[in-house]
Every structure is written in structure tokens, then in C-alpha cells.
Ligand binder design. Structure first.
Ligand code: SF4
Ligand code: SF4
Length: 133
């Protein structure tokens, strides 16, 4: 989930994301705040040094668990049903990341838009899967 880029999100891109198809969009609309599908679908793993018990790490270590000697993941994402411990709210309705500024690189890199500004097709897929649960 990446809401820092949200000021740059283009209206055409937003309208392609469920449930926004055919809706007029506003530049104050952030699809991630009513989604959270990526925070409730994957094991969110990352290099252990990103946790704050390592020098320069930011991710609160108490919210992580070991995956291997070199990898950690966000608690809640290594088992079913997946739900990151840092996710607040109800996926598909209203959500937020309680550690937004400290979130791991995995989350920063999964963006609602692709590098070329087109919608990330995985968002629509994940949202669809979420609605089927
Ligand atoms: S799946 Fe896409 S739209 Fe939904 S929260 Fe993640 S980045 Fe945002
Ligand atoms: S750390 Fe935040 S952005 Fe990353 S999966 Fe958890 S709730 Fe989502």
C-alpha cells in the first residue's frame, strides 16, 4: 500500500479499480484506504535488517516474526487467513496502516500504479479475491 503517491494518481487509472469503475474520481480519493487487499493476501516478508532492532531498521520488530535466519515477515501474514498485524480497519471498506512511515520495503514496492502510471493489475485481482471471501 502506497499512499504517498496518491496525489499523483491519475483519475483514469483510479476509475479502472473496483469498486471505482465508471465512477467520477476525485484527486482526494485514495483507493488504498478502502482496500487493504494486499495487506490481507500475501506473506509480507523482508530482509531482517529492516526491523528496528537492527541498525537503521524501521519496522517495529515486535510486529514481525522470523521466516529464516535472514528473513522476517509481518505477523499475521504467514498463516491463513492472512491479515497483517499492522492493518487497522476492515479490508474492502476502510483501512489504514498503523506503521505507515515504518512499513517494510515489500509494502513500499507494491503500488497501486505501475512504474508507467498504469493501474497495477494485481490490485484488481486481489480486491476481487477479497470480495469472494
Ligand atoms: S491492493 Fe492495491 S489498491 Fe489495494 S491497498 Fe494494496 S496497493 Fe492499494
Ligand atoms: S505493514 Fe502496513 S502496508 Fe504493509 S502489509 Fe502491513 S498494514 Fe499493509
Amino acid at each position: 500500500m502506497n499512499i504517498l503517491h496518491f496525489q499523483a494518481i491519475r483519475c483514469n487509472a483510479l476509475r479502472l479499480l473496483p469498486p471505482y469503475q465508471n465512477q467520477k474520481c476525485s484527486m482526494t480519493t485514495n483507493p488504498c484506504q478502502t482496500c487493504g487487499a494486499c495487506c490481507a493476501s500475501f506473506r509480507v516478508s523482508f530482509y531482517w535488517g529492516e526491523a528496528d532492532d537492527a541498525p537503521g531498521g524501521t519496522v517495529p520488530a515486535q510486529l514481525t516474526e522470523a521466516v529464516s535466519p535472514f528473513l522476517r515477515c509481518m505477523k499475521g501474514t504467514a498463516s491463513q487467513p492472512v491479515r497483517c498485524i499492522a492493518l487497522k480497519g476492515e479490508p474492502g471498506k476502510q483501512v489504514s496502516c498503523s506503521i505507515y512511515a515504518q512499513r517494510p520495503s515489500t509494502c513500499r514496492e507494491f503500488d497501486v500504479l505501475e512504474a508507467d502510471g498504469s493501474p497495477n493489475p494485481r490490485c484488481a485481482e486481489l480486491r476481487e479475491q477479497l470480495l469472494k471471501r
